[in-house]
Design a protein around this ligand. Structure first.
Ligand SMILES: Cc1cc2nc3c(=O)[nH]c(=O)nc-3n(C[C@H](O)[C@H](O)[C@H](O)COP(=O)(O)O)c2cc1C
Length: 203
């Protein structure tokens, strides 16, 4: 699959077949996710696999009732964690920027999307889940104290092929700082002009 097709056709999958996922396939996905960019190449994201049916059902009922149907359907659940205090931190433990502890979440997002695209390329479906009892699940899964649970990712062979939810158009997403500066300079006032309109003013 070429990259554009992979990006465009990846969907959040919430219904899975019971076809097992081979550990070699999972290792391949993680090895690809490892190539996501990260703060100073700190690579803080980790992947804990839960594949025991009773455990998955327990997590569904007790720790993630909002996503219970997904967890009851998926053959594998990934608990994405990260090593705390590295991404976005100086060696002395202080924050490197005013984002404070935020860069470690950013890195996990990049790694998760790379994970999901790699899985999709191999014919697997995923959905990232943010709705769960983080503290309770960290305790239940015995996440080490130097790690934090970031997100859950359901993984398996898709039993549904949902269409893409609507996306915003480029005009509302993209703006050019230089054109805004030009408008300010021309008018001599601090005028905010949405990016879409700047092209009409400066064709
Ligand atoms: C940080 C994050 C948290 C999410 N949490 C959930 C969730 O708890 N349950 C769920 O069904 N989907 C969840 N999703 C999936 C989004 O609903 C989905 O990505 C979005 O609707 C766009 O659809 P698509 O992934 O098919 O393009 C989450 C996605 C992200 C990135």
């Amino acid at each position: 699959m070429n990259l554009q097709d992979c990006i465009l056709t990846r969907r959040s999958v919430r219904k899975f077949t019971q076809q097992p996922v081979q550990h070699e396939t999972l290792a391949q996905i993680v090895s690809l996710a490892a190539f996501a960019p990260s703060w100073n190449n700190t690579q803080v994201s980790r992947y804990l696999v839960i594949e025991d049916r009773d455990e998955l059902d327990k997590i569904a009922q007790i720790y993630a009732p909002e996503n219970a149907e997904i967890l009851q359907s998926c053959p594998i659940l990934i608990a994405q964690t990260f090593i705390k205090g590295r991404s976005g931190f100086e060696h002395d433990g202080s924050f490197a920027t005013d984002r404070a502890a935020g860069w470690q979440y950013y890195d996990c997002g990049l790694a998760a999307q790379t994970f999901c695209l790699a899985a999709h390329d191999l014919g697997l479906g995923t959905v990232v889940m943010g709705q769960f009892d983080r503290k309770g699940l960290e305790h239940y899964l015995e996440i080490p104290k130097n790690q934090e649970l970031m997100a859950l990712i359901a993984l398996g062979y898709p039993d549904e092929h949902p269409s893409a939810p609507r996306r915003q158009d480029v005009q509302s997403l993209l703006s050019y700082a230089e054109k805004r500066v030009n408008v300010r300079a021309k008018d001599g006032i601090n005028l905010f002009i949405p990016s879409g309109k700047t092209t009409e003013i400066f064709p």
